[in-house]
Write a protein that binds this ligand. Structure first.
Ligand SMILES: NC(=O)c1ccc[n+]([C@@H]2O[C@H](COP(=O)([O-])OP(=O)(O)OC[C@H]3O[C@@H](n4cnc5c(N)ncnc54)[C@H](OP(=O)(O)O)[C@@H]3O)[C@@H](O)[C@H]2O)c1
Length: 230
């Protein structure tokens, strides 16, 4: 099993804002090289401004709901080895949509988009490396005693189910897979009443991910490294 390169490389999907931007900053603080993605039509400048100041960061465009966009990024990364693939992008949909529209929208991004990203980009991850996907504590079926956030919760449960299927069907992949619960965090998705700031969550997630190198199989872990019930 290969060991960590001197300056390891992370690919972080969905880094224009919120947790993805925070994770990008955390890995740069650890002196990693980071390839971070934003959507082509983003109105956010934070990631590009960070890249202008830090040569260890490069920015790629990706809409993970487009297989064409995923294939373009994959071919752009040809020959590049990743230590970590972090599929962070996700959505809670819009409250202006009907229940059914919102359910389909979150399934499209949080399950179809995220799993396509895992399938298309994970071959670049080195042996002993880490593939991680942003799930949520709300994904836990065993932990659902209160309801709430039904479309979003259902999409993250479906994501976890897909991750488990993927690893069951591909037991020989040479990296570990992690479904990540970042806590309830003050981002546009989490809202202003959330318990954690981006810094606390992403520091915890980064430390937890470091424990997943040179491991095999799948785990569902929160930002404090605690195993959650599926
Ligand atoms: N905040 C929380 O409390 C919380 C709790 C549990 C889990 N999570 C999960 O953590 C992840 C990040 O959430 P966040 O709170 O940082 O949300 P956020 O502030 O709304 O950011 C979401 C990010 O995902 C990107 N994105 C959305 N759809 C995409 C697509 N199809 N292709 C590529 N990028 C896409 C967005 O890009 P644009 O800027 O272009 O829209 C943005 O960078 C999500 O998976 C979320 O479900 C968050």
């Amino acid at each position: 099993m290969s060991t960590m390169a001197k300056q390891p490389v992370a690919l972080i999907i969905g880094a224009s804002r919120g947790l993805g931007l925070g994770l990008t900053e955390r890995f740069l603080e650890r002196d990693w090289r980071v390839i971070a993605t934003e959507r082509e039509d983003t109105t956010r400048a934070d990631l590009r401004q960070l890249a202008a100041r830090d040569p260890r960061l490069s920015v790629e465009t990706l809409d993970m709901n487009s297989e064409e966009s995923l294939a373009a990024l994959h071919s752009h990364l040809a020959g590049k080895t990743l230590d970590l693939l972090m599929v962070n992008a996700g959505t809670a949909g819009s409250p202006d949509e009907s229940f059914a529209q919102r359910l389909l929208a979150v399934m499209r991004t949080n399950v179809a988009g995220a799993m396509s990203a895992v399938r298309i980009l994970s071959p670049n991850v080195r042996a002993g490396g880490v593939v991680a996907v942003m799930s949520s504590e709300l994904a836990s079926i065993a932990g659902n005693t209160q309801g709430g956030w039904e479309p979003y919760r259902s999409s993250k449960s479906a994501l976890n189910q897909s991750l488990r299927s993927y690893i069951a069907e591909n037991p020989l992949v040479p990296w570990s897979l992690t479904a990540v619960a970042p806590g309830w965090v003050r981002t546009e998705l989490g809202g202003p009443d959330a318990l954690l700031d981006v810094d606390t969550s992403t520091r915890g997630v980064t430390e937890m991910l470091m424990t997943r190198f040179n491991q095999k199989g799948i785990a569902f872990l929160n930002y404090q490294g605690k195993t959650l019930e599926w």
